[in-house]
Design a protein around this ligand. Structure first.
Ligand code: SF4
Ligand code: SF4
Length: 69
């Protein structure tokens, strides 16, 4: 069960709604795994680093972040 859960979590990734994102960089700063990066294309998430903690989702002032498989 633990293995299955770990696999499921591994494939979660934080996604950004580019229409809402203010590019404030706050989600990048609060991510404990340094999984987020603010690029010319907006916020990008490294799925290998993301642990699905939702800190970025909870921080975002405009609800632009979500967690998706
Ligand atoms: S915290 Fe929200 S608004 Fe700010 S950069 Fe991240 S996704 Fe965009
Ligand atoms: S869910 Fe957590 S680990 Fe993943 S990008 Fe957001 S803050 Fe970082």
């Amino acid at each position: 069960m633990h293995l299955l859960l770990s696999k499921w979590v591994m494939f979660m990734v934080a996604l950004t709604d580019k229409n809402k994102c203010l590019r404030c960089g706050g989600c990048v700063a609060v991510c404990p795994k340094l999984a987020l990066d603010l690029t010319e294309h907006g916020i990008e998430c490294d799925a290998k680093r993301c642990v699905n903690c939702a800190a970025c989702v909870n921080f975002c002032p405009v609800d632009a972040m979500s967690l998706k498989k």
